[in-house]
Design a protein around this ligand. Structure first.
Ligand SMILES: CCCCCCCCCCCCC/C=C/[C@@H](O)[C@H](CO)NC(=O)CCCCCCCCCCCCCCC
Ligand SMILES: Nc1ncnc2c1ncn2[C@@H]1O[C@H](COP(=O)(O)OP(=O)(O)OP(=O)(O)O)[C@@H](O)[C@H]1O
Ligand SMILES: [Ca+2]
Length: 567
């Protein structure tokens, strides 16, 4: 039967239309066959119509024999009458569920039902498609799912049950679901209790905070299992073998948005089902050689640290808390003094201002060896010899900053569709260090505004950006305060400073806090080091428009160019 790559080809019925359906190892394609009376004067020759479709085998969700009263079948819903008539004529049919791309990077699951003349043919189609699906070894079969019922607008449970679970069932993925009962429930369960051998991946339903819990649980567990001490800042960490899926149900969901291109639960579920894999950098953060936390998106001191501090008191407001705290922090207009030292990313052709965005199959990330390949970024011997100033390649900047941001990925989110650092890469082993020096309120406003439009937010005299592999921060005042201490120190009230070196419109307060992917750190003096590709997500990076089109119609013509064989 296999002719030039074809596994099966048949004339079947799709609704009222007769279609030729072809399967090869890459794709399933079907096109309408029309009896062209005009051209063939009644002889019934076959002519082509524009209605041809192709679906990559890798994007087929499932195939099954259609049940007569399948309520899920789109086609059954659409025209029950036609379906009834057809099922009399062709009682055997099968339904293929597949990924369909819509606008704005969103994916949907579509169904197409083919009616066959006999049962044998119907079963042959189902079996053959299932055989091809079983060859896709990257697809997860068993998942551990954590749902935060209180994230974002508190709709995580509903989103999972209504939009995600039915898709996982259709794709025959088995799941163990845990609805969390407290903060850090998922992290602690992953760290010690969960039997991870049972699963092909871990899914979190919630926001960036919930993702962070899963990240900490999985990475810590992997290091414990491999005897790696997290408190050694220069230790090479062991990459996690399980992939992480994110079903967005939080307030910012920037990790989902920056890796998929949209915050849509159905799209994320489909990326999990098809078994996508996107490596991702993880920063480890230490204070005096003691491990504090991991970060994958934003480590922010000054402006974003202050927004977070204020917004934590307004959790009850839901996602709107960030906007309110944002405006309040903007009006406070504080700046902070300190020294930032960093190790620039050398031999890196890509730069934070090159306008080259990290997209699906990004070649900058593809050429990075993952963290398991060793400390490749440590200085080479030659470089060390030429390191005349003895700095080890490190640079240091001392100054007054409104914000110090380290973006390990673009941090694109609905608030800022291009993100804090539009050209940052997901898996290149670097983070973009953005320094916003003391400036006027108006200038800072201009800078912020550029996060929402096409203008370059780095094109200001008071902003600089460096692509780095490591950095350290030391606040000007020797750090004596931890978060506990802070609660005893004089509080900021309204828009007034705690201690002031007052200028016409600026205040210098002693210190800010670091926000680390939305969690506050208890120390201000930190050391940060990027671990290249430490984890993998069930995602593929943001697809370019072109990539999307190619995927849908990947050369269906080659399928039709083959000599037809009919059943
Ligand atoms: C004029 C409009 C300017 C709008 C500028 C918007 C820039 C927004 C950049 C967002 C970057 C998000 C990075 C993601 C960080 C996540 O790891 C973390 C955890 O979810 N989320 C946040 O920290 C949540 C951070 C949320 C920060 C919201 C900041 C809002 C600032 C509003 C300033 C308004 C000034 C208006 C003056 C009248
Ligand atoms: N059952 C629970 N009760 C209380 N807090 C929880 C529970 N489960 C998880 N959490 C915590 O809730 C915090 C916020 O959750 P999540 O990230 O899902 O939503 P969010 O903060 O609204 O979104 P984002 O992080 O995208 O801004 C997380 O830090 C997580 O540790
Ligand atoms: Ca990066």
């Amino acid at each position: 039967m296999e002719k030039q790559g074809r596994l099966l080809s048949s004339k079947l019925h799709q609704g009222r239309r007769q279609v030729e359906v072809v399967l090869n190892r890459c794709a399933l394609a079907w096109k309408e066959i029309e009896k062209s009376k005009r051209r063939s004067s009644g002889t019934g020759s076959v002519s082509e119509t524009a209605l041809s479709h192709a679906v990559q085998v890798g994007e087929i969700v499932a195939v099954c024999k259609t049940k007569d009263d399948d309520p899920d079948s789109t086609e059954t819903r659409r025209s029950r009458k036609t379906a009834k008539q057809l099922s009399k004529l062709y009682p055997h049919s099968f339904t293929v569920s597949y990924v369909r791309r819509t606008s704005q990077h969103q994916w949907r699951c579509s169904d197409v039902t083919f009616h066959c003349a006999n049962q044998g043919l119907c079963e042959q189609w189902v079996q053959l498609i299932n055989e091809q699906l079983s060859l896709l070894s990257n697809r997860p079969k068993s998942l551990l799912v954590y749902i935060n019922p209180y994230g974002g607008t508190q709709s995580g449970k509903r989103i999972y049950e209504q939009k995600v679970a039915p898709l996982f069932r259709r794709a025959c993925i088995s799941t163990d679901v845990i609805v969390t009962e407290r903060a850090n429930h998922a992290r602690d369960h992953l760290k010690t209790e969960a039997n991870l051998d049972k699963y092909d991946g871990v899914v979190c339903v919630g926001g960036d905070g919930m993702f962070s819990e899963v990240l900490h649980g999985l990475v810590t567990r992997t290091q414990t299992n491999n005897g790696v001490d997290l408190n050694q800042p220069d230790t090479e960490l062991v990459p996690c073998s399980l992939r992480i899926g994110i079903i967005p149900a939080g307030s910012t969901d920037c990790i989902c948005f920056a890796t998929v291109g949209t915050n849509d639960p159905v799209t994320s579920a489909l990326h999990i089902i098809v078994g996508d894999s996107q490596p991702m950098d993880v920063c480890s953060v230490h204070h005096n050689d003691v491990f504090l936390r991991f970060s994958v998106s934003l480590l922010g001191y000054g402006f974003y640290g202050d927004v977070l501090t204020d917004s934590e008191r307004k959790r009850w407001l839901g996602p709107a808390r960030y906007d309110l705290s944002g405006v309040k922090t903007f009006l406070s207009h504080n700046y902070y003094e300190g020294t930032i030292s960093f190790l620039p990313a050398e031999n890196n052709t890509a730069t934070p201002r090159d306008k080259l965005q990290c997209r699906s199959g990004c070649c900058v990330c593809l050429h990075q060896p993952s963290s398991k390949d060793g400390e490749q970024w440590e200085m080479s011997e030659e470089k060390e010899k030429s390191d005349k100033d003895g700095s080890g390649g490190w640079s240091a900047i001392r100054g007054k900053f409104i914000a110090i941001n380290a973006a390990s990925m673009s941090c694109a989110c609905p608030r800022s569709p291009k993100g804090l650092s539009p050209s940052a890469h997901l898996a290149d082993g670097t983070t973009d260090l953005i320094l916003v020096r003391k400036c006027s309120r108006l200038d800072f406003f201009r800078h912020l505004l550029r996060h929402t439009n096409k203008d370059d937010q780095f094109d200001h005299s008071f902003v600089e950006v460096h692509r780095v592999r490591k950095f350290r921060f030391q606040p000007r005042h020797r750090e004596l305060l931890s978060l506990e201490d802070l609660s005893e120190s004089p509080k900021k009230t309204g828009f007034s400073p705690i201690c002031s070196a007052r200028t016409t419109c600026n205040y210098s307060t002693a210190h800010s806090s670091w926000t680390c992917d939305g969690e506050l750190l208890p120390h201000t003096a930190i050391q940060v080091s990027v671990q290249c590709q430490l984890i993998r997500l069930f995602a593929r990076g943001i697809e370019e428009q072109q990539q999307q089109e190619q995927c849908v119609f990947e050369d269906p013509c080659t399928l039709w160019a083959l000599e037809p064989s009919t059943h």
